[in-house]
Design a protein around this ligand. Sequence first.
Ligand SMILES: Cc1cc2nc3c(=O)[nH]c(=O)nc-3n(C[C@H](O)[C@H](O)[C@H](O)COP(=O)(O)OP(=O)(O)OC[C@H]3O[C@@H](n4cnc5c(N)ncnc54)[C@H](O)[C@@H]3O)c2cc1C
Length: 507
Amino acid sequence: MNIVWFKRDLRVADHAPLKLATQEHSALALYIVEPELWVQADLSARHYAFLKESLSDLESQLLALNLRLLVKVGEAADIFANLHSMFNISAVFSHQETWNDWTYQRDKRVSSLFKSLSIPWHESQQNGVVRKLKSRDGWAKKWHQYMTSPQIEPPEAVASTDIDIKSDEMPSVEQLGTSSETCDTPQYGGRSRGLKLLNTFFDYRGESYTKEMSSPLTAFESCSRLSTYLAYGSLSIREVFQFAQARKTDIYEQSAPGSPWRSSVRSFLSRLRWHCHFIQKLEDEPSIEFKNLHSAIDGLRENDFNNEHFKAWCEGLTGYPLIDACMRALRATGWINFRMRAMLVSFSSNHLWLHWREPSLHLARLFVDYEPGIHYSQVQMQSGATGINAIRIYNPNKQAVDQDPDGEFIRQWVPELSGLSSLEIHTPWLAKDPPKDYPQPIVEEGSARREANQRLYAIKRSKNFKAISSRIVTKHASRKNTVKRKKTKSSTSSSSSSSTGQQHELF
Ligand SMILES: Cc1cc2nc3c(=O)[nH]c(=O)nc-3n(C[C@H](O)[C@H](O)[C@H](O)COP(=O)(O)OP(=O)(O)OC[C@H]3O[C@@H](n4cnc5c(N)ncnc54)[C@H](O)[C@@H]3O)c2cc1C
């Protein structure tokens, strides 16, 4: 009996482990709910809700193949040892997983158990991330080869097994002790929902993607919203890439140069590469979940953590309307667009001078699409902790005027400000009649930004900084599409990102 161990790949399409496991033997499809994982500080009830929906969807997909999904609750190594004592496991098939440190350590425990029991464990590549990568040279080519390789067809109906093991009941979040952040209006799990988003994005929602991805007013509709489905593997990134690539061909045949669709499909495809590019960093250096990528940043913020400021930021009560609106929207929906994520982190790390680790955990619990490799790389990048990216501190007032000029988004999420005019809403502290129930700014924007800027630049000028940076570049930096940015004062004083709202350089 083979076991297909489902992890973050909750689908049957383009699923190599499922195909391989069912080729010659009968197979058991297994998902393990690991209580210890669910009390880690980066997980929350909203992730668990999405998982449950995705599992029930997976169950239906498997049943169509005559396979039952066995759900077990417990420590993975114990579950496998127990299953092996009931029947001989011939081999275990799963996808490679680059997730948080807890899952990394669990995989090590499971691997040594399999060795001791002589159970072969076949792990297939999950996306464009390469295990045991020797050098970043040529990575983009490898990524492209993987994305253009044929998808794996689901197996034909599989021979049923006569093993009668009952699934465990899924524990509640209260039983697990998982952090309780739920969502008012979440995305729901399941492959069909992911496919629908993929279709609607390319049918009509994505036409102005490049232009509309930056503003939270338009991004909820104009971005693909596929990140959560990619994070849980309801869709494979290869199938999304191939779908987009096919649409690109159509778009280029049917549209004139300069058409918004052309730019949208190109931007979208690059982001699929970024997805794997960032996860590759965590694969190559798991410590970035906890430690600054650049050691010269160590000690810079650690002793200055201001709990009151952190609390105000978490609750959307900083006194900066767009910051608060974004945090509240994220709490309610489980999603916010890239530029606003970057601004939230930039504000906590720079204006509030908070070390990024606690804020990153808070955001991880709120993002339903939490993907550690992208998350920690991005958080470090927006905090100036990588040492190799341009220092970019977002000015929340400028962002508010640029991305929400009339204050529509702010009014939706910060009702305390709904009575203010468009002229007053971005700076309520200057209003003629400031609302009594909305806080004053917790720091002064300009001076906080300038101070952070000076501190970061001082580190950049320090001895050894460059030598360490160049080692980081060799290990992690993208070798493609790197655009050198001019180092000007003004480029750091407000968001200087491209008109697309995302970073050019692919560090
Ligand atoms: C501080 C911070 C934390 C982030 N944490 C996460 C996270 O935990 N999980 C996550 O999936 N993304 C994360 N991102 C990246 C990005 O914001 C989201 O991928 C994007 O907003 C998801 O929405 P979408 O699916 O509509 O993306 P689209 O714009 O439609 O892009 C399509 C896909 O490309 C990938 N992608 C898009 N932008 C990026 C990017 N900048 N880096 C890497 N991949 C990208 C995603 O898989 C996304 O689904 C983070 C960004 C920042 C600044």
